[in-house]
Design a binder for this molecule. Structure first.
Ligand code: PGA
Length: 254
């Protein structure tokens, strides 16, 4: 079975609920009946409910940008998987580089969140990627292997292909995020091949063959087609260019 591409919008800390609704009014007609790719929008927590209502019946799925690993507890300021489930979110971005950089998220924490996400049947989008200094020092492979192993740790013991099938990995070179610099298709493909081979080693060939690996980092309407034409790029995680309905629709309709 070919892997169905996934195009995900990461709105980061942008848009009020009203602005999110306005986006959907303009966006949905532009992607009506679009079935080739899975489309997901991840707004901030305060907009998730209104966006789910706005997207009803459209085929566009709604996700969160983060989630706690515990079902509930004394974790001031956090949001639990049960809360997200209850309002109908289906996807969750985990370990985005901004979470790693500004909120000290580690592979170990992301691993706990991933296990929770699988337990509650979310589609987790686990982010990995090197910073510029690591790429320049020739450490990209080492970083990607460490992050992939760390994020997937403990899943090796007896996880079935079906249980692992929701996992999505997003390769996001940190130097390409929000900078207008995109990895060349060759750089992205090298990273994706490395990650897929490591997932095969950890979780088996079936899981690796079915694994969707997204590229993220300055994906725009004018480079989406080139990136998406690569057989090993199974979708995109889009930040800045997903905030505008026309621009995100152009990416979805690459
Ligand atoms: P960008 O962000 O598209 O603005 O580079 C991507 C991301 O952070 O997921």
């Amino acid at each position: 079975m070919p892997r169905k591409p996934l195009i995900a919008a990461n709105w980061k800390m942008y848009k009020t609920p009203v602005q999110a609704q306005e986006f959907f009014k303009l966006f949905l007609p532009l992607v009506a009946n679009h079935d080739r790719d899975e489309i997901v929008v991840c707004p901030s927590f305060t907009s998730i409910s209104v966006v789910i209502a706005a997207a009803t019946g459209s085929g566009v799925a709604i996700g969160a940008q983060n989630m706690h690993f515990a079902d509930e507890g004394a974790y001031t300021g956090e949001t639990s998987p049960l809360m997200l489930k209850a309002i109908g979110a289906t996807h969750v971005i985990l370990g985005h580089s901004e979470r790693r950089q500004y909120f000290a998220e580690t592979d170990e924490l992301i691993n706990k969140k991933l296990k929770t996400a699988l337990h509650h049947q979310f589609i987790p989008i686990v982010c990995v990627g090197e910073v510029l200094a690591e790429r320049e020092a020739g450490k990209t492979e080492e970083v990607l292997l460490r992050q992939t192993r760390g994020c997937l740790a403990g899943l090796t013991a007896g996880i079935s292909a079906a249980e692992a099938s929701p996992i999505v990995i997003a390769y996001e070179p940190v130097w390409a995020i929000g900078t207008g610099k995109t990895a060349t298709p060759q750089m992205a493909c090298e990273a994706h091949a490395l990650i897929r081979a490591e997932v095969a080693r950890l979780l088996g060939n079936e899981v690796a063959d079915n694994l969707r690996i997204l590229y993220g980092g300055s994906v725009k309407p004018d480079n989406a087609t080139t990136l998406m034409n690569e057989p090993d790029i199974d979708g995109a995680l889009v930040g800045g260019a997903s905030l505008d309905p026309q621009s995100f629709a152009k990416i979805v309709n690459y």
